[in-house]
Write a protein that binds this ligand. Structure first.
Ligand SMILES: CC(C)(COP(=O)(O)OP(=O)(O)OC[C@H]1O[C@@H](n2cnc3c(N)ncnc32)[C@H](O)[C@@H]1OP(=O)(O)O)[C@@H](O)C(=O)NCCC(=O)NCCS
Length: 307
C-alpha cells in the first residue's frame, strides 16, 4: 500500500483515471480536487505504482478526528482487480475500521467486500443505492432564467443552518460541520428569494459530485432547481470538472428535472455505504444485505509508505 503524495504522480494518476471514465468518476473527481488545492484534506492510496489495481481516497487523519463523524470520514474506491480491492479494504493501515465512516463507489466488489468485513467485525452497515447521472455536454444545457425578483448566488456559510434543518440526514452537529465544509470549499449555487433567503440550492462535495439539491416545499415545481444546477454546471465545466450526481431511483422529481437538463442515466449502481457501530439497519439495507445476496444490480432498483 502506498500513499501518493508526490504531485507529479497525482497528476499522472488523474490522467489515467480520466481515461477510465465514467467507471472512475468518483475517485477521478476526488483526485481532481486533491490536485487543485485539496480543500477537504483528502489523501490518495494505491496498492502499487504505477500499475495500480486499486485506488482508495480517504480523509487525512487530522481531518477525520472525530471517530463518530461518518460525514467527514469519507472514502472513495475504484479497482481493476477484485483481489486487490479486498486486500486494501481489509488492510487496517488503509481503512480505519475503528471509527464510523462512509465509502462511495460504483463497483459491486466494493459493496460486497465492505458488507463482508462489516459482518465479520460485528459492525453494521447502512446501504444507499443511487442511480448515476452524468451530463454529456454541459455547455448545451438548456438555460432556465430565474423569475423576476429572484437572484442566483453562491451559497453562504450563513445559510448552513437552513440547509442542515431541511436535509433528511441533517439536524446534528456533524451534519452542520460537514455542510459548512462543503459550502466553504466547493462550488455551489442557490436561488435567493426577494428577502435574500435561499429558496433552492445545490452543493458539490469532495468527489466533485452535485449533492444536496433542494427546493423549499412551497416553491417546488417552478423549475428553480434547474436554474441553480445550470449555474453550478457552468462553473464546474469551466474548471474542467465532470458534471455528475447520484439520485435515489424513486426520486422522480429529481430524476425528471435533471433529465430535462440533459443528464443521462448511466448503467450500474452508485453505492453509498455508511458503517458505524450500533447502526440500526434500514429495511431496504437489511433486505439487500442478506448473507447470500450478490451485489444489487441496477435492474433490481425497487427495492506506509508515501511516494
Ligand atoms: C427534487 C427537487 C430538488 C426538485 O426541485 P424543483 O425546484 O421543484 O424542481 P422542478 O421545478 O424542476 O420540478 C421537478 C418536477 O417535480 C414535479 N413537481 C411539480 N410540482 C411539484 C410540487 N409542487 N412538489 C413536488 N414536485 C413537483 C414535476 O414533475 C416537476 O417537473 P415538471 O414541472 O417538468 O413537470 C425538490 O422536489 C426537492 O427539494 N425534493 C426534496 C429533496 C430532494 O429530493 N433532493 C434531490 C436529491 S438528489
Amino acid at each position: 500500500m502506498l500513499i501518493l503524495s508526490c504531485s507529479s504522480k497525482l497528476w499522472l494518476l488523474e490522467g489515467m483515471l480520466r481515461r477510465g471514465l465514467p467507471d472512475t468518476l468518483l475517485v477521478y473527481g476526488t483526485v481532481m480536487h486533491v490536485n487543485r488545492g485539496n480543500p477537504a484534506g483528502q489523501e490518495v492510496l494505491v496498492d502499487s505504482w504505477p500499475d495500480f489495481k486499486m485506488v482508495l481516497t480517504r480523509s487525512r487523519r487530522e481531518v477525520a478526528r472525530d471517530p463518530s463523524d461518518y460525514f467527514t470520514n469519507l472514502y472513495t474506491a475504484f479497482y481493476r482487480d477484485e483481489g486487490a480491492c479486498q486486500a486494501l479494504l481489509e488492510n487496517s493501515c488503509a481503512m480505519n475500521w475503528g471509527q464510523a465512516f462512509q465509502i462511495q463507489g460504483l463497483q459491486d466488489g466494493v459493496y460486497e467486500t465492505i458488507r463482508d468485513i462489516t459482518r465479520a467485525r460485528g459492525l453494521e452497515m447502512e446501504t444507499y443505492l443511487y442511480q448515476l447521472l452524468l451530463h454529456p455536454d454541459p455547455p448545451a444545457m438548456p438555460q432556465y432564467r430565474p423569475d423576476k425578483g429572484l437572484r442566483l448566488a453562491p451559497v453562504s456559510p450563513a445559510h448552513a443552518m437552513l440547509l442542515n434543518d431541511t436535509w433528511k440526514f441533517g439536524g446534528n452537529s456533524w451534519s452542520l460541520r460537514y455542510l459548512c465544509l462543503l459550502i466553504r470549499h466547493f462550488p455551489n449555487a442557490c436561488l435567493l428569494g426577494p428577502e435574500g433567503t435561499p429558496i433552492s440550492w445545490c452543493l458539490t462535495n469532495q468527489l466533485a459530485a452535485l449533492t444536496h439539491g433542494y427546493t423549499l416545499p412551497e416553491h417546488r415545481g417552478q423549475h428553480y432547481l434547474r436554474s441553480v444546477v445550470g449555474m453550478l454546471a457552468a462553473q464546474l465545466h469551466a474548471r474542467g470538472f465532470p458534471v455528475y450526481t447520484g439520485v435515489l431511483p424513486h426520486n422522480e422529481p429529481s430524476l425528471h428535472s435533471l433529465q430535462c437538463l440533459g443528464f443521462r442515466i448511466l448503467p450500474g449502481v452508485f453505492y453509498q455505504l455508511m458503517v458505524r457501530p450500533g447502526f440500526t439497519q434500514s429495511q431496504s439495507a437489511s433486505a439487500l444485505d442478506s448473507a447470500q445476496d450478490p451485489a444489487p444490480s441496477s435492474g433490481e432498483w425497487p427495492h506506509t509508505h508515501s511516494i
